[in-house]
Design a protein around this ligand. Structure first.
Ligand SMILES: [Zn+2]
Ligand SMILES: [Zn+2]
Length: 692
């Protein structure tokens, strides 16, 4: 029985219970645990032999619901083992919370209601319109070839993973639609994962239009608990043909699953950042093995892990090398900032040639997209007299100046104060913003792009601040699509997936900061971001000819920008893989991170050191390398000191074996610190961490 007990209780493995009736594996139950009653799932039915000691009785079996299938339980078992969490903890955390509250009678009525709603074509269930589906557009040769290969892979009846590498605008979605149509025609269900909830409506609309008459449900964190339960039930009962969702949907129970698609497979959003820190992309591939089906990973800039697997022949590579309708990729122009005249004050963020280019677009009625990966007005306030800066008293970080509401806000702990009138240290009235964020960029754009009458262009801003209110993002995107915006400014939020038809200029104002990051994945992420951003330009073939991507940089000769100019992902990937191989980094090695939070850095460090000493005594320790503990990038957040220790091995198996022995001992170490080891607040392990 897998029960809902957190890992630190030491009850991670399935427990034994007694039942009068035979319960099939996968049946949802309620069982006593200590003095509580907790939800559980029958994991296996045991040997039938009386177990030693008195077993407690299952309190309730929710047997009106079909048991969770064997592949689903296999996926949960793998997730728990690989990411070092309890089986029951993982299993119960990926089921809809509503399921815990219902008894058999309530569940029966929910299911009856759901069936009725589906039969009626209830719009809220995202039932497709009954109108006859429009004929799919003619496929390009590359699309048809990719689909034929997917069909051939599926026909083998074995599991296979295909990497669909297609430049932005090359029509990857059409391949997803075609592959889903193949699965549905064979009487199977299809699961389509997208990295972000913002991207679901656009994709959902396309799937709904194509698959009129089929049931489509979505699964993401924006649903109410009741909606989430309905989507889950529709998938589990096999009533939904298609499930679209974000990373959690990889655990959707689908009895007839025949295809998994992972769109933008390189996107970091697929990695869960708390609890079981799983990668939904990696789990999708594993699930494909369990279900013996085809998994399609799609991207214009695949992760180096997936790319490497293609090179090794473990994944099948499918290429869409050209844009639909012969649209050209935008020309990339690098602005050498070292050659720009030293401007005064604010205007240096925008070089003179970029301003001219933006003006030309406005004059022609075309749209531009300008992005900067920093929100707020300025990252720090500064007193030139005494050197005071707007530090956060609770974190090792600056508080960001937000001009609109005159606040200093910490983006790590949320600590917010009114902007002081004078320097808190010396009383100087002249405290000034240093650097710039999107708020300030918007202000500057309005200033430098004024027309002859002094009228600014129509500017919209999209970042976490401007889209906090419900509907704000949709309203801004709507205005952009309607042509009511000349310049869209924002953080990387503006670069993802949106299909803007009239954008002919995309500008990255200051992307250099990632070039020299201590995180070895920073160049990979920057390249993906810039390719993705550039892909927003010239999506309409009529404008493709004069579409451009501008990059302002102080390092115009950097190899990353050279690869970007020629849109050459292969060259970039080859260079990066070579560097990684020489440095012994993933995909050539396997990593885990042990993190510890404490009130003092000494306590966190002492825990990690004690943990390292413990690891050294375990069998197989010589196949694994433990690095000394170091503070995290932002070491203190909300008065908590954060340290981490990197664990590396050339062998995934060796790393897994060590973690499996080590982590239970760490629970003990935490509970009963040995002589003098100070207490820590919490610890966590991250297998295959994405940021270091
Ligand atoms: Zn001062
Ligand atoms: Zn803070």
């Amino acid at each position: 029985m897998a029960v809902d007990a957190p890992q630190h209780t030491g009850l991670g493995a399935p427990l034994d219970y007694r039942s009068e009736r035979v319960l099939l594996p996968g049946t949802l139950v309620r069982v006593p645990l200590g003095r509580r009653e907790v939800p559980g799932i029958v994991w296996d039915t045991g040997s039938g032999e009386p177990a030693p000691g008195e077993l407690r009785e299952v309190s309730l079996a929710l047997d009106v619901l079909a048991p969770l299938g064997e592949p689903w339980r296999g996926l949960v078992d793998f997730t728990a083992a690989y990411y070092q969490r309890g089986t029951g903890e993982v299993a119960l955390s990926v089921l809809p919370p509503e399921l815990r509250k219902l008894d058999n009678a309530q569940l029966t009525s929910r299911i009856a209601k759901l069936r009725k709603a589906l039969a009626k074509g209830d719009a809220s269930m995202a039932m497709a319109s009954p109108a006859p589906p429009p004929a799919p557009p003619a496929l390009t040769a590359a699309q048809a070839g990719a689909l034929a290969q997917i069909e051939a892979l599926t026909a083998t009846g074995r599991s296979a993973t295909a990497l669909l590498h297609g430049v932005t605008g090359s029509g990857k979605t059409e391949v997803y639609l075609g592959a889903a149509a193949q699965a549905l025609a064979a009487g199977r269900q299809a699961l389509v994962l997208v990295p972000e909830i913002n991207l679901t409506p656009q994709l959902e609309a396309r799937f709904r239009e194509r698959f009129a008459g089929r049931h489509i449900v979505s699964m993401h964190s924006g649903l109410t608990p009741a909606q989430r339960l309905r989507s889950w039930l529709a998938a589990h009962l096999g009533l939904a043909d298609l499930v679209l969702g974000t990373r959690l949907a990889v655990f959707a129970s689908m009895p007839r699953l025949g295809l998994i698609v992972v769109d933008e497979e390189h996107d970091p959003s697929y990695k869960q950042q708390e609890g079981a820190r799983y990668s939904a992309r990696d789990l999708a591939v594993y699930r494909g093995k369990l279900e013996a089906i085809t998994v399609v990973l799609g991207s214009a800039t695949p992760s180096l892990e997936s790319w490497q697997r293609c090179l090794e022949g473990r994944y099948v590579r499918l290429d869409l090398p050209a844009r639909i309708g012969d649209g050209a990729l935008p020309r990339v122009r690098l602005v050498d900032m070292t050659q720009q005249p030293k401007g005064r004050g604010a205007n240096t963020a925008l070089s003179a040639p970029l301003v001219v280019a933006l003006r030309e677009r406005i004059a022609r009625g075309e749209q531009s997209l300008v992005f900067l990966n920093r929100r707020g007005y300025a990252p720090v306030l500064h007193c030139a007299d005494c050197g005071w800066k707007s530090a956060c008293p609770h974190c090792s970080a600056w508080r960001v100046f937000h001009k609109l509401d005159r606040t200093l806000r910490c983006h790590h702990c949320g600590f917010t104060e009114r902007v002081p009138h004078a320097c808190p240290e010396c009383g100087n009235l002249d405290i000034a913003p240093l650097g710039r964020g999107t708020e300030r960029l918007e202000e500057q754009l309005a200033e430098v792009l004024k027309d002859a009458d002094g009228k600014p262009p129509r500017i919209a801003r999209i970042d976490a601040d401007s889209t906090r209110l419900k509907g704000a993002l949709e309203a801004r995107l709507g205005a952009m699509h309607a042509g009511d915006v000349d310049v869209l400014v924002g953080t990387q939020m503006v670069t993802k997936g949106h299909d803007f038809r009239r954008v002919t200029l995309v500008a990255a104002v200051n992307p250099d900061t990632s070039l020299f990051s201590s995180d070895f994945r920073a160049p990979e992420r920057l390249f993906a971001l810039l390719m993705q951003a550039g892909g927003r330009a010239g999506r309409d073939a009529a404008h493709a000819e004069r579409s451009e991507m501008w990059v302002q940089t102080w390092h115009p000769r950097h190899a990353l920008y050279a690869a970007l100019r020629s849109h050459d992902f292969e060259a970039f990937a080859a260079a990066q893989l070579k560097e990684r191989e020489m440095a012994g980094l993933p995909p050539y090695s396997h990593l885990a991170i042990l993190r510890a939070d404490a009130r003092t850095p000494e306590a966190a460090r002492a825990f990690l050191q004690a943990a390292a000493e413990l690891a050294a005594t375990l069998p197989g320790a010589d196949a694994v390398m433990l690095y000394p503990p170091v503070p995290m990038g932002v070491a203190r957040v909300a008065d908590v000191e954060r340290m981490q220790m990197l664990i590396e091995s050339a062998s995934r198996v060796a790393l897994q074996r060590l973690l499996a022995q080590w982590l239970p001992a760490l629970h003990t170490l935490r509970r009963a610190p040995t002589d003098g080891t100070p207490r820590i607040l919490r610890w966590a392990v991250d297998v295959d961490p994405l940021s270091i």
